[in-house]
Design a protein around this ligand. Structure first.
Ligand code: AMP
Ligand code: MG
Length: 408
């Protein structure tokens, strides 16, 4: 049986030709999408020299004394300056373009204002020296016209949308969302959470898990209805999804050695290239990956819920990152808080919790590692990754971990 690393390498090699098309996408739909182009700035940001404070636009003055200045007019954000700064001052609001002659802006809280009969500032007194270049935001100080803003591969967040909007960029070229179909095998499954369970039936928990997990990816997910439990039923659904444009199919169940484990045989029958079936991991050993005859990708995840979750995090997500031009997350390590024994020879993905203690990141491998046990999965916040060669791991040893999506 091949190792986890080997299986991942094989999938990555087999998917190296899988490319997504690109499409234009408006700002409103850009959140979470992946840029397929480099974006350079069409403009300076700020677009013009403007005031960073409410105050007075003046010339600099080196004198170390109380300086009296007459106020000639005022200018607010959105206006264009009529007045010029000569020997006096122009009242200015935050964001207003600085008038000609303005060398610096003095904040209103730093001056004594004398008002005229209308209550408007007639003159100000300010303690010198008045230093040049204070409280002015210069054109292009944030982003210069022509400067690189984002590279291709950038996944767009709300902060990136702020940047694009500020630059007046209304759309960008992005990778299309790959179409993913989820097929849950197993006649025992019930989808409707309100339906009573008949003898031997269980609720479908894998499909909601996978569909929800995919929500943080720029993909288009179809939750296929029906629970095939024979090769014929499965092939019918699979062919239907392929002809409807599915580019990636993820199935759960029916990949082990039982009588009803028809996924490998079904794939062979349609001429798919089974890149590997089974690898030395726990849980999730029966996992399978194949390239479909039309070039689509097929992940056969095992049916046990924790195995399906491992299959998603450690097989599906790395490939989604590859095809969506995303980097692998950085390796994180934490100190084991309690001794943990495992069998050597398997790469173990263990339900675990990371936490801070004594200013140190520690990790506890939870009890209940069996692949049917969801309660410790719901309590966990990460996977501890314990490679094949490890057996007895002592408290205090550093262990690699992989945070669950959405965990801070
Ligand atoms: P299988 O790999 O099909 O033999 O399934 C292994 C175990 O996982 C069995 O106990 C199944 O009932 C269970 N199982 C399969 N699919 C699901 C699912 N979608 N949700 C919850 N449990 C499942
Ligand atoms: Mg089954």
């Amino acid at each position: 049986m091949i190792s986890y690393q080997e299986s991942l390498q094989r999938i990555k090699a087999a998917t190296s030709d899988f490319h997504l098309e690109t499409q234009p996408c408006g700002l409103d739909d850009l959140l979470g999408r992946v840029l397929a182009e480099t974006i350079t700035s069409p403009a300076n940001l700020p677009g013009f020299d403007n005031s960073a404070m409410d105050g007075f636009a003046v010339r600099a003055n080196p004198k170390e004394e109380l300086i009296d200045l007459e106020v000639h007019g005022n200018i607010a954000a959105g206006e264009t300056p009529e007045a010029e700064v000569g020997s006096g001052a122009v009242q200015i609001m935050t964001g207003a373009p600085v008038p000609n002659g303005c060398e610096t802006v003095i904040p209103i809280e730093n001056v004594q204002v004398t008002a005229d009969a209308n209550g408007l500032p007639a003159s100000i007194k300010v303690q010198g020296p008045i230093l040049a270049d204070q409280n002015i935001r210069r054109a292009g100080q944030d982003v210069r016209q022509g400067e690189l803003v984002f590279s291709a591969g950038q996944k767009i967040s709300a902060e990136h949308i702020m940047m694009l909007a500020a630059l007046g960029i209304s759309q960008a070229q992005v990778l299309t969302r790959p179409k993913i179909s989820l097929i849950s095998t197993g006649a025992e499954l019930v989808d409707d959470p309100n339906a009573p369970l008949l003898a031997g039936q269980i609720r479908n928990s894998n499909q909601p898990f996978l569909a929800t997990s995919l929500q943080s990816w720029p993909v288009e997910t179809t939750q296929v209805t029906g629970h095939p439990d024979t090769k014929e039923q499965f092939l019918e659904l699979l062919q239907h999804e392929i002809s409807n444009g599915a580019q990636i199919v993820i199935s759960t169940g029916a990949v082990s050695m039982g009588d009803r484990d028809f996924v490998p045989e079904s794939l062979q029958e349609i001429g798919a290239n089974i890149v590997f079936h089974k690898c030395k991991i726990r849980p999730g050993k029966p996992v399978l990956f194949a390239v479909l005859p039309d070039g689509g990708l097929f992940f056969g995840l095992p049916g046990n819920p924790v195995s399906a979750a491992v299959g998603f995090s450690f097989f599906v997500e790395p490939i989604l990152r590859q095809i969506l031009n995303q980097k692998e997350p950085e390796t994180k390590m934490a100190r084991l808080s309690k001794d943990f024994n495992k069998r050597a020879g398997f790469y173990l993905f263990a339900k675990a919790r990371v936490f801070m203690k004594d200013s140190e990141c520690q990790i506890e491998v939870l009890s209940g590692q069996q692949s049917f046990r969801i309660a410790p999965l719901a309590e966990a916040n990460c996977w501890a990754e314990l490679p094949e060669y490890l057996a007895e791991i002592k408290a205090g040893e550093l262990v690699k971990f992989h945070k669950f999506a959405g965990v801070l």
